[in-house]
Design a protein around this ligand. Structure first.
Ligand code: SAH
Length: 356
């Protein structure tokens, strides 16, 4: 298979081009075509020599995502994109427009193997990891299709970024490279369910990104009923890794807490949570759980949500309630992809003559 040229950092590309017997400055030109001008074919790269151009055509391919569906919310202009990858898999990404800029939520894997109970992305397990180029492309395509400049990125779509570690780190370096789109690392948030060893590795990469931890419960017992990963790492271990990340980077941790009615939204739960995190430099993001049809979790009621917030604030903890975006366009993360795949399967069934 041809090499994925869009996944090379500028330095790696320089080595590639040198190995082809050409000058390193050519790599700078190609990198600019790929990552600033967002070229999708070698043909567009008009300033390259014919010889180099032919070598590139023969040995490399330019990874491009194909938009197969775009849904725009009538409520707030949020857009959900469904992209097809070169191997026929589909992933989803979201563009959210805020006063402070445009934020894109990207996927890091096709499917997920973490098994969180309330999450639609994990229902069919993990298909494969995304290459750096496929993470970059979600942003490049959205910029092109929407005509909007993207200033913020959240890696909170389908997949567990700490389960695709090397590609994730490379993606962060490339999207924030001054020779590329140059999006500030301070505007990038990576969310994890809490894979402790890789959280600690991430702390040592010298990155200025925000780490968000999906906590969702104040104690291990409850967390294990919602998140299988809690069987591998205790909350103490996960919080220690968060503290380490803060010490190494100076970046305040975000805790995500999805509120599920009658499960983790009591005042006692809020008290217990406050006890564990009040001494940390952190921020809590409360997310009313987005119900999925495969499970019977319900979102907490307004009153419970406010009570929960107030309890945490009493301890001086910084809390926000996540504003729901694009509620009218296929609810929770992973649902657009899931409903698309179900429709595809139905179609295939019809074509084969099945009547079920
Ligand atoms: N795997 C990563 C990132 C993807 S999920 C992680 O676990 O953090 C991004 C966030 O959305 C996580 O906090 C996740 O727990 C939460 N989430 C997933 N499904 C949800 C749902 N149906 N309702 C509310 N939050 C959900």
């Amino acid at each position: 298979m041809k090499k994925d040229i869009k996944s090379y950092t500028k330095k790696e590309l320089e080595e590639e081009i040198r190995s082809l017997g050409d000058k390193a400055f050519r790599a700078g030109q190609i990198y600019q075509w790929l990552h600033v001008k967002l070229a999708e074919s070698f043909e567009e790269m008009t300033n390259l020599s014919k010889g180099l151009w032919e070598r590139l055509e023969a040995e490399y391919r330019i990874m491009a995502l194909k938009p197969v569906q775009v849904q725009v919310s009538k409520l707030d202009g949020t857009s959900k994109y469904l992209f097809e990858l070169y191997d026929g898999n589909v992933i989803e990404s979201v563009l959210m427009k805020y006063h402070h800029g445009n934020s894109v939520c990207i996927s890091s894997q096709v499917g997920c193997r973490m098994g969180c109970r309330f999450c639609a992305s994990t229902l069919d397990g993990l298909e494969r990891c995304l290459a750096p180029s496929e993470m970059l492309e979600q942003i490049y395509q959205i910029q092109k299709l929407s005509g909007e400049r993207v200033s913020n990125i959240v890696v909170m779509g389908t997949g567990e970024p700490m389960d695709n570690y090397d590609n994730l780190v490379k993606f962060v370096r490339m999207i924030s490279d001054e020779n590329g789109l140059n999006i500030s690392q301070r505007n990038i948030t990576v969310s994890t369910c809490g894979l402790v060893p890789n959280m600690r590795r991430l702390a040592e990469e010298g990155l200025q990104i925000t780490l968000a931890l999906s906590l969702h419960a104040p104690n291990d017992e409850l967390r294990r009923t919602l998140m299988p990963v809690a069987n591998s790492y205790s909350i103490d271990e996960v919080l220690a890794a968060c503290q380490y990340f803060f010490e190494k980077t100076g970046r305040r941790i975000t805790f995500e807490y999805s509120l599920v009615r009658g499960v983790n939204d009591s005042e006692a739960a809020a008290e217990e949570l406050a006890g564990r995190i009040r001494h940390m430099n952190c921020h809590v993001n409360l997310i009313p759980v987005n119900p999925i049809k495969e499970r019977d979790f319900k979102e907490s009621q307004k009153k419970e949500i406010l009570n929960f917030k107030n309890r945490l604030e009493k301890y001086g903890i910084n809390v926000t309630i996540r504003r729901e975006m694009g509620r009218d366009i296929d609810g929770a993360c992973g649902q657009l992809r899931k409903s698309y795949r179900e429709k595809q399967k139905e179609k295939e069934g019809e074509e084969c003559g099945h009547t079920e």
